[in-house]
Design a protein around this ligand. Sequence first.
Ligand SMILES: *Cc1c(COP(=O)(O)O)cnc(C)c1O
Length: 400
Amino acid sequence: MHRTGPWLRAAEGAMLLGPDGVPAPTVFAEMSALAAATGAINLGQGFPDEDGPAAVLDAAVDAIRQGVNQYPPGRGTPELRAAIAEHQAHWYGLEVDPDREVLVTAGATEALAATLLAFVEPGDEVVTFEPFYDAYGALVRLAGGTHVTVPLTAPDFLPDEATLRAAFSDRTRVVLVNTPHNPTGRVLPREVLATVVELAEQYDALIVTDEVYEHLTFTTPHVPIATLPGAAERTVTISSAGKTFSTTGWKIGWLTATAPLVEAIVSVKQYLTFVNGAPFQPAVAAGLRLPDEVFHGIAQDLSSKHELLADGLRSAGFDVLRPDGGYFVLADTRPLGHEDARDFCLRLPAAAGVVGVPVSAFVRPDHAPGYRSLVRFAFCKRRDVLAEAVNRLAALAPTD
Ligand SMILES: *Cc1c(COP(=O)(O)O)cnc(C)c1O
């Protein structure tokens, strides 16, 4: 097969192609394939196996029946943009103009892609914490930027302040924050966010914040960085319906920012997907307007699922690093005698019939040592599935 044409340079340069010229398989695909081949319970990939609120699902069915099946407006349906603005005001006291300061996107992923492509030029630096959601590294490279990372290290997964300050320079164009954080589950404390805002002001950087787990916190409340003094005018706030309403396949996301920032992002977004998900947009609008108790119920349900899995992992002999929110819990394999989580994850289907993903998938290869023994397990699964996973994991417990 011919595979070294100059037309492949972009994908090669962004390190998206593997050495054999096919897309480098992600560890998620690798571990999901392993789960399918072995019949193991897949706690690797973070998608729910149960439907979210019926009101949201019914609204999408109704919209399809009512003929909401053509291209929606470029910035999203007025109804959804209004619901997003109401949501920001209701939950956080953030005032955004639904017509000029809101953009509906094909998931949080397109919001991230359009934002980075709009603002990052070759040579610009993008600061993120590490571990990081895998798309961040790929998107920074596609934009031609340089990825600078600040480690979050076990057990508390907070950044060292001096290291955070040292990551910024005159080349810093964007600081990309994710809270609640995937994969650690950490809700970044206000002091850390305040330091990020201070540094962004000092170096005139744009703040991009990925808040897709905003409603899925257990006890520590989520603080949007845009609510901090001085932040709103330089912040692009990104979220998505997928995680909150268990509709990851719908790919309805959004961003809010000042009108000029939204204009610049629209200029890119209109040539990525243009628009998406017409009948899902009114359904997500209905979801965002559900009573507060529904959101609290979703978080409580997830919190109790987290307890179930975390307790099971501890009984099986792992050190468990408890999350503040999100879909995932990290477990350290060293007490079970394993230093290398990747190797451990490859054996886990045979040893216990469960699949997880090594945290090394969320760090750059040369930074992996500090995270080598950590595995990420998803608890956004049915209770009976988690109970069965816990049963199976008990087989790992040392018998003494
Ligand atoms: C799942 C996830 C996304 C992707 O959201 P979509 O709406 O599915 O595009 C983005 N960021 C983080 C941290 C995630 O966990």
